[in-house]
Design a protein around this ligand. Structure first.
Ligand code: HEC
Length: 128
């Protein structure tokens, strides 16, 4: 009957060492740091000042008149020129914001940052 105690000891020590591993090395991976550039930060401020969020969502938050912008920079069939032209000229439904080219660059930098942060562009081996 005493073999049960060995099994219990084995299981408990496995549990202990796994827990120790998780709390020490298991989570110490070095994820690539995503640093927001100054340009992107200026873009974030513009996004707030011009109230883009009244019509657009980022990570699902915002108004619903315009489309979600979280992954706009990596969406298929859309590119920098596409986004820049909305920002400069607007469209039938989106007002033109009379932005200068620096402001357009900053907003694009912000949207690219958001896109990268969303992880939408991550490729999974065998799935993409
Ligand atoms: C009054 C509402 C409104 C505001 C404010 C607004 N937009 Fe838009 N936006 C729209 C609408 C509606 C569309 C879709 C228009 C279309 O497809 O013709 C759009 C389209 C876009 C697109 C293209 C999206 C796509 O998937 O095709 C981008 C990029 C964009 N807006 C960025 C911005 C940014 C950045 C701001 C702030 C400077 C902003 N918008 C402010 C209403 C707005």
């Amino acid at each position: 009957m005493s073999y049960r105690i060995y099994i219990a000891i084995f299981l408990f020590s496995s549990y202990l060492s796994f827990t120790l591993w998780v709390y020490t090395y298991g989570t110490s991976g070095d994820p690539e740091k995503l640093i927001m550039s100054k340009e992107a930060y200026q873009g974030k401020l513009l996004y707030q000042q011009m109230n883009c969020a009244s019509c657009h969502q980022i990570f699902g938050l915002g108004g619903y008149l315009g489309p979600e912008l979280t992954s706009i920079m990596s969406d298929k069939g859309k590119n920098l020129n596409y986004v820049a032209s909305f920002l400069k000229y607007g469209s039938k439904q989106m007002p033109a914001f009379d932005l200068d080219s620096l402001q357009v660059k900053e907003l694009v930098a912000y949207l690219s940052y958001v896109d990268a942060a969303s992880g939408e562009g991550v490729q999974v081996e065998g799935l993409n």
